[in-house]
Design a protein around this ligand. Sequence first.
Ligand code: DGL
Length: 259
Amino acid sequence: MQNNNPIGIFDSGIGGTTIWRDINLLMPNENTIYIGDQLNAPYGFKTKEEIINLSFKNIDYLLSQDCKIIVVACNTATTNAINEIRNKYKIPIIGIEPAIKPATSLTKTATVGILATKGTITSDLFASKVKLYSDVKIIEQIGYNLVSLIESGQIHSKELKKLLRDYLIPMVDQGMDTLVLGCTHYPYLIPIIKEIIPDNIQIIDSGKAVAKQTRKILEQNNLLNQDNKLGISTFYTNVDPTVLKTFITEPAIIEYKNF
Ligand code: DGL
């Protein structure tokens, strides 16, 4: 494995680009290949078995592109498939889970809200993490339809804003002072979320922690890229790339690929 081989990142669609961005900010000299499985999005309503098989398909493609590490930039895939993924593949794998632990230490009202997909919230892994913090009230909310609206480029639609209001206001009414974004698509909604919830509610996600963990594991495996020039960022989608292109303003290769 060469140090200048790319970091491979995947998600069901556009969401994991928020994680790519944190990785790129922390390690701008790394080459990256991102695949957004938009053809099969959303993963949030699929069965565990379907999510495992789609994750395998995505990782096989990234490995065919010589990736040196895999970042599962999808809470739904991590919480449903990380054990199966780690059992199958020998290269380093980084997953992402809702930031429950940091939220429970930040909250002053002992009330944390978590917005995530159905697949994440109903997973055994998520349930086992929630159980660890029984001294904090954790309000779980499934973000029905949010991913589909983001994937179809409807972030600024009235429909999306109404859904967010319906999900968030009851959490605010129950005393939430910390909101966990448990889906990698949701950081794109932060400006709209901020119009709905009071300013004193903290919004947290796992992007920066995942980027740091990726750097740490690369370092431990002597796989950090030693080149000082900017890395090449490549994004592949298995549908028309028009919507994906609107989310990536950085210099990058963005193309259709049948993976
Ligand atoms: N962005 C993904 C996550 O973090 C998946 C969303 C979906 O496809 O439902 O959960």
